[in-house]
Ligand binder design. Structure first.
Ligand code: SAM
Length: 265
């Protein structure tokens, strides 16, 4: 495990927990600015680490919650930031709805790369409890999340996320502002949860999107026909998945039926 010198102390960074600590205070300020915080906001920080974001958050908020799975780092945050309610737990096992207790959360975090997708899907699942999330993640993932139709980055992740949240690519963050330095650049994104979608059946929608992108060069018809009954669909299915807007995917999911002779993929 890499040993680093961080803010006056020698520490061991655990790769398994995605411990790359932010050293650039200007980036910290830019992240906080994206959150448009107000003193009464119900804020949760994911993975405070040695408190790079925590310190700046503490200067804006009287109190907030931080969730850190690493015992040593949790103890550090408890000692340094008494106004923070530190929950020593895996974010994936934490009920955000319970934390919200009726007041929608603003979530911030420089999240561990290895669990980016599970975190994103958790946020979508618990979106009724969330106002927005400002997340630092791999630049390549940030581009895929915020991609527009007819681009090479547009695919399953973009459609699944954008159906449930407005996704904005904030800014790119060079790998050199972390200790230890990760192998890739990062970016900050803002997800603002949609409280209403027109989706009738989330299961149909999710399977439709996955199936539509199975072979990117095939038409929608050719990808979808083995799983869905397409008679009665008025949309032009000779197009490819990458040409459809998120709203068109939602409309299509309302128009198709499962084929009775196939399994859900
Ligand atoms: N926020 C700090 C910063 O910007 O310098 C640390 C960011 S570091 C990329 C990710 C942090 O998430 C680490 O502190 C790590 O211990 C913590 N972490 C990793 N997996 C976690 C999990 N499942 N639940 C909660 N925290 C986790």
């Amino acid at each position: 495990m890499p040993k680093i010198h961080y803010k006056g102390r020698d520490v061991v960074a655990k790769k398994r927990l995605g411990q790359n600590f932010l050293v650039d205070e200007n980036i910290v300020r830019k992240i906080i600015a994206l959150a448009e915080l107000e003193a009464q906001d119900n804020v949760v920080e994911i993975g405070p680490g040695f408190g790079a974001l925590t310190k700046e958050l503490a200067s804006h908020l009287p109190t907030f919650t931080a969730i850190e799975v690493d015992k040593t780092l949790a103890a550090f945050i408890r000692a340094e930031f008494p106004q923070v309610t530190l929950i020593e737990q895996d974010i994936l096992k934490t009920s955000l709805s319970e934390l919200a207790a009726g007041k929608k959360l603003k979530i911030l975090g420089n999240i561990p790369y290895a669990i980016t997708s599970p975190i994103l899907f958790k946020l979508i699942e618990e979106r009724a409890a969330i106002h927005s999330a400002i997340l630092m993640l791999q630049d390549e993932v940030a581009k895929r999340l915020s991609a527009k139709p007819r681009t090479k980055e547009y695919g399953i992740l973009a459609v699944q996320l954008q159906a449930f949240a407005e996704v904005e690519y904030g800014f790119k963050v060079k790998r050199s502002v972390f200790k230890p330095k990760p192998e890739v650049d990062s970016a900050v994104v803002r997800l603002t949860m949609r409280q209403h979608t027109n989706i009738e059946h989330e299961g149909v929608f999710r399977t439709l999107v996955r199936t539509a992108f199975r072979m990117r060069r095939k038409t929608l018809e050719n990808n979808l026909k083995e799983v869905f009954e397409l008679r009665g669909v008025s949309m032009d299915l000779k197009r490819r998945a990458e040409e459809l807007s998120v709203q068109e995917f939602i409309e299509l999911s309302k128009a198709v039926q499962w084929r009775t002779d196939t399994q859900v993929v």
